[in-house]
Ligand binder design. Sequence first.
Ligand SMILES: [Zn+2]
Ligand SMILES: [Zn+2]
Length: 94
Amino acid sequence: MTEIRCKWCEATLPILADLDRALRDQVVDLVRHGSTAEAFGALARETGLTLKTAKAVTLHITRERGTCHRWPCKAKLETGRLDCPVCKGINFDW
Ligand SMILES: [Zn+2]
Ligand SMILES: [Zn+2]
C-alpha cells in the first residue's frame, strides 16, 4: 500500500487509490454532512484499516471539494496533487 506522510500531524496515511467508489462516496458524505466517527468507523470496517489509521484518513478528507481542509488555510488545491500548495498539508479531495 502506498503511503504518504503529512508534515503537519505526522500521520502516515495510506493512499487508497482503488477504494471502492460507493464506499468512498459514503465516507465523504459522512465527513461532509454527518459524523466523522461514523465515517472512519465505516472505512475501518470495510477496508480492514485500523481505527487509528482510518480516523487519520478521514481527518484529511476535504470538507469542501477542491479546498484545503486545514483551517485557516483553505487554499485552493491543485488537481492531481495531495499536498496543499500553500500549507503543504495532505488533502484527500475525494
Ligand atoms: Zn495531517
Ligand atoms: Zn492548506
